[in-house]
Design a protein around this ligand. Structure first.
Ligand SMILES: Nc1ncnc2c1ncn2[C@@H]1O[C@H](COP(=O)(O)OP(=O)(O)OP(=O)(O)O)[C@@H](O)[C@H]1O
Length: 693
């Protein structure tokens, strides 16, 4: 380089021959090369080298200027600015960027930005959208584009202070920035997890703290009109991965008993009070609150939850229980909950509870004569059932590891089917019944539908701008036709929506609509009644067949040896069932059900397994008992012939497990069951009461 620079200076001074000689001396063979270039390429090599030397000198000069500049810059930053850094995954990071987007970039007309719309994952395995805030209110098909600061520094003035916000490049957002020494903002794009450093002129961080406060207030204002609903959509990692913004729903728009509503609001207000938390903590009471909202579909359970989230400014974490894969997923999701939030568990009756009811009721399902045929309902039971177990659910609600400070809202259409362990105080502190609509609520709904908006603005559609007193008269008229406790609020809302642009027509047509609906309800009831009767009949026939089969089997037991054999079989079967039930109850005990019960209490309580054994045992015994016509007319008939009289004496008393139940087993003679006569009639078996329940 030095050679070339010397050459450049000689050339610049105009002494070309001297420079060529000099170069020949420094670079042997230079004159030959120069001749070659001159003859064949018509280029003067000396001039070419001189130009290159000058460019190199300029570039190294620029580099050293840049180095000096950056030293000065860092000296300036270190001694004359204060700074606060914010991690990429902190919510504050996003709030600062949003503030900059709205207040700096737009106003200053910044030329270098980054644009965000909706992230997609485009690998071969999954092509899906990932967590984004979607503005459902506007029902946009496309996410709006948001412009934010890109890498590098954004300068701005805030309250007369000079600020600089640097968005720092991370390895994930770094693509090819070294290529051609391109600045980062031209060769990569932020992915959202870049740290921020906020600097301000001066030696105090106070102005930065104030600036951060401003950013948070701005974010709160933006959120005010919305409720943040978080749900878990991804099946492969159990996180609250999706955020939905729902427009705020005022509590006044959910119609049910006003007194109950007031009490509910007061209850939650009281619970969220700082003093209540202290009270709970000092007394060692777990700081949790649970509510169960139950009632028919379309009565406002979900709407009330959303309204409560908005009323108390809490985020709503929503879990649709039938969609939760298993206990471990449920646990992971609960572990990821923040301490202060609302958790909405929808359709809680889908959690293993139905399965339990059915298992426990196995012995009686077929035999209960209460009009319901549970065995025929098995399809219904299977449909929509969650794979979560009751103990898994109880564990996350109030197990040792469960978070304190949150409010759990549960909804169910079948509260009567819920396990008592779930609805006991501490897990469910209050039960709210949301039922069919009253005339007064339907009047309020009418006024809400056609009245001015909550902010006082008149409806946009001029055709529905009816004077307030006229509207009130129409609403009253409308409500007079709504019979109490017949329709759900959702039905009334659906009807009113059909007349969205005409309150007059809505009021005028309600009478005929109600008549139509009542007819439909009546027809549905009739259909249901017939279906229930058909089921009952089917069940009776099934029982008859079962009884006949048993009687058939009993014909072979006509001697005391056979009876002994039968008893032996019963004993073996009992032992087998007891063993499997013991294993089951051991598994149940491991779960957290009754986590706060003392060990003594647990011992005293009959285990689920033992209960099951007892039920099954008594079922088996009663079947035998009935088939043998214990004390029944068939028994008397059998003693009438002398041949059977002897056999009738083959009465055995079978000791029941732990001596609790004693079953008499009697031999049945062949004469009692003849092919001509129905076996059940011959034995006097009461088919309806086969299992005695
Ligand atoms: N009490 C109510 N007050 C006002 N609107 C209601 C009420 N109940 C239901 N609605 C309206 O009916 C629709 C359905 O309500 P929602 O989903 O809250 O009922 P739900 O009881 O949760 O039903 P499901 O048990 O089927 O989940 C909503 O559009 C809601 O606005």
């Amino acid at each position: 380089m030095n050679n070339i620079l010397a050459l450049a200076s000689t050339t610049l001074l105009g002494d070309r021959s001297a420079s060529t000689e000099d170069l020949e001396r420094r670079i042997p063979g230079f004159s030959m090369l120069q001749d070659f270039f001159k003859r064949w390429l018509r280029v003067d090599l000396t001039t070419l080298l001189t130009a290159a030397a000058l460019m190199g000198a300029a570039s190294s000069g620029a580099q050293s200027i840049q180095e000096t500049g950056s030293k000065v810059y860092w000296w300036f930053v270190r001694f004359l600015t204060a700074s606060i850094s914010i991690a990429g995954n902190d919510r504050l990071n996003r709030e600062v960027l949003n503030w900059l987007g709205a207040h700096v970039l737009l106003k200053k007309g910044t030329r270098i930005l980054t644009a965000n719309s909706e992230s997609i994952r485009n690998d071969a395995w999954s092509y899906r959208r990932v967590s984004q805030e979607r503005n459902d209110y506007h029902h946009e098909k496309r996410m709006p584009v948001q412009y934010l600061p890109t890498f590098g520094t954004t300068w701005f003035l805030h309250r007369r202070n000079m600020f600089m916000v640097r968005r720092i490049l991370t390895s994930s957002s770094h693509y090819n920035s070294s290529w051609a020494r391109m600045p980062d903002e031209y060769s990569g794009a932020p992915e959202g997890d870049e740290p921020l450093v906020i600097m301000c002129l001066g030696r105090s961080v106070e102005p930065i703290k104030q600036f951060l406060h401003t950013c948070r207030e701005f974010a709160d204002k933006q959120r005010e009109a919305y409720i943040t609903v978080r749900i878990s959509k991804r099946s492969y990692d159990e996180t609250w991965d999706t955020t939905i913004l729902r427009p705020l729903r005022p509590l006044e728009t959910v119609h049910f008993d006003e007194k109950v509503k007031e009490e509910l609001v007061a209850d939650i207000e009281n619970y969220l009070d700082v003093n209540t938390r202290k009270f709970y903590n000092r007394r060692g009471i777990p700081y949790r609150r649970g509510f169960l909202m139950h009632g028919p579909p379309g009565t406002g359970k979900t709407s009330l939850s959303l309204a409560l989230a908005g009323r108390f400014g809490l985020e709503l974490y929503l879990l649709h229980m039938p969609s939760v894969r298993d206990d471990s997923v449920l646990e992971k999701l609960f572990t990821a909950l923040p301490p202060r939030c609302l958790v909405l568990l929808e359709d809680i009756d889908a959690v293993g509870i139905k399965r339990r009811t059915r298992r426990h009721g196995d012995s009686s399902d077929d035999d209960s004569d209460n009009g319901s045929d549970k065995s025929d309902d098995s399809d219904d039971l299977d449909r929509g059932r969650s794979s979560c177990t009751l103990s898994g659910l109880l564990n996350v609600i109030d197990g040792v590891a469960s978070q304190e400070g949150r409010i759990v809202l549960m909804t169910s259409n079948f509260a009567e089917k819920l396990d008592k362990a779930l609805v006991r105080p501490g897990r469910v502190d209050k039960m709210l019944y949301l039922g069919h609509i009253s005339p007064r609520s339907s009047e309020l709904m009418f006024l809400r539908m056609f009245g001015p908006d909550a902010d006082g603005a008149a409806p946009a559609d001029r055709s529905i701008q009816v004077p307030q007193d006229e509207l009130e008269r129409l609403a009253l008229e409308f409500s007079k036709h709504i019979p109490p406790d017949v329709f759900t609020p959702a039905q009334i809302q659906g009807y009113l929506l059909n007349y969205r642009d005409s309150p007059v027509n809505a009021s005028a047509s309600v009478a005929s609509w109600v008549q139509e609906e009542l007819k439909l309800i009546e027809a549905a009831k009739e259909k249901e009644r017939k279906a229930a009767e058909a089921k009952k009949k089917k069940r009776k026939e099934r029982k008859k067949k079962k009884a006949a089969k048993l009687a058939e089997a009993m014909r072979d037991y006509d001697s005391s040896e056979d009876l002994e054999e039968l008893q032996q079989k019963i004993r073996v079967e009992k032992r087998r069932r007891r063993k499997s039930a013991a294993q089951e109850s051991a598994a149940d005990a491991a779960a957290s059900e009754g986590g706060d019960e003392s060990g003594e209490e647990k011992k005293k309580k009959p285990t689920k397994g033992r209960k099951k054994v007892e039920k099954e045992e008594s079922k088996a015994e009663k079947e035998v008992e009935n088939v043998n016509g214990k004390g029944g007319p068939a028994g008397d008939v059998a003693t009438e012939t002398p041949a059977e009289k002897q056999k009738e004496d083959n009465k055995e008393v079978v000791s029941e497990v732990k001596g609790e139940v004693i079953v008499q087993v009697r031999a049945v003679s062949e004469a009692e069951i003849t092919p001509e006569t129905s076996p059940t009639e011959a034995n006097g078996v009461d088919v309806n009461g086969l299992n005695g329940h």
